[in-house]
Design a protein around this ligand. Structure first.
Ligand code: GLN
Length: 303
């Protein structure tokens, strides 16, 4: 097998050599003008050594990938009590589906669909101001990445807020079912801001190291939770595209509508890919392709 840097260079060339880039998320106006024809990959090994190719130092909106971090914080704070408010099953529905939430009486299927992430955000917000909660989330991510230069893009948060009618609908429905502790505006304000955190592929790969599950790493969460988070990423991390991603890639991973994907190779590595054009499930099109090719070439899989 060629050395990893060569594999990544080849992957970057292959991704740029043609084919459909997909469409950027236009429902958040601030993300709508991003050029879809961009690609980055970063692989951080358990010892922290990082290899990259493409636009690996360009910051992008990590969006739903922050749901992994907010879930880690919520579990650390509330433990298994959290599961009273949100489930652990794949949704088989779009990430922002309203109909399922009504059918299931306000208990979201899992913490990675929007309704579920609104609940975990609400959980960590309880007893705190939004500013403190956002500082805690940023601090967690910066500690995980070993990098303080990670910030919120306030223009993206404001843009999502002004067009966030669906998320407002979900939050108000949760409130009507008694599954929101804070005012919908307060919880959503916090949610939009953590979704608007920006990282480069290099930073994102570094931030995923705490999920690799090897004794070499400083522990940010209880060891038994690492497996639980990975299990949820595998089964729910790509919404109604989770089964297909598991079939094609075979690794726990979480996507965001900014075009990023964070994937974990347990015991071995944390991988970030970014390409802003999305497939019909709202997951990065070239990012998924690149992950499939990398997993195949490296023979990385949990199966
Ligand atoms: N902030 C986005 C939303 O709430 C996150 C969705 C995503 O990345 N899939 O719609």
């Amino acid at each position: 097998m060629p050395p990893l840097p060569d594999i990544l260079t080849q992957l970057n060339d292959d991704m740029r050599s043609g084919g459909d880039w997909g469409d950027v998320a236009s429902y958040i106006p601030e993300l709508a003008h991003i050029d879809p024809a961009q690609f980055a990959i970063a692989v951080t090994m358990a010892d922290g050594e990082t290899f990259t190719a493409g636009d690996a130092d360009t910051p992008f909106s990590v969006q739903s990938i922050t749901k992994v971090f907010t879930l880690a914080i919520a579990l650390g704070r509330s433990g298994d009590q959290l599961w009273r408010r949100v489930g652990r099953e794949p949704s088989g529905r779009a990430f922002n589906s309203i109909v399922q939430l009504e059918q299931e009486e306000g208990r979201p299927r899992n913490p990675f669909i929007n309704a579920g992430a609104i609940v975990t955000t609400d959980e960590i917000l309880t007893g705190r101001a939004p500013r403190e909660t956002l500082a805690e989330i940023l601090q967690f991510i910066r500690a995980a990445a070993g990098d303080d230069d990670i910030h919120i893009n306030h223009a993206v948060a404001a843009s999502e807020k002004s067009h966030g009618h669906r998320n407002f609908a979900l939050a108000h429905f949760l409130a009507s079912c008694g599954n929101l502790n804070n005012a919908p505006e307060k919880t959503l304000g916090t949610y939009f801001h953590h979704c608007a955190i920006e990282m480069s592929a290099r930073q994102l790969a570094m931030s995923g190291r705490f999920l690799i599950d090897t004794p070499k790493l400083p522990r940010l969460i209880l060891p038994q939770r690492i497996r639980r988070l990975n299990a949820l990423m595998l089964t729910c991390g790509h919404y109604d595209g989770s089964g297909d991603f598991a079939y094609r890639v075979g690794l726990p991973a979480k996507s965001g509508v900014g075009g990023g994907i964070l994937a974990i190779v347990p015991g071995i590595a944390s991988v970030a890919v970014w390409s802003p054009g999305l497939n019909r499930y709202g997951n990065s099109r070239k990012g998924t392709e690149a992950m499939a090719q990398l997993a195949r070439t490296m023979n990385w899989s949990v199966f």
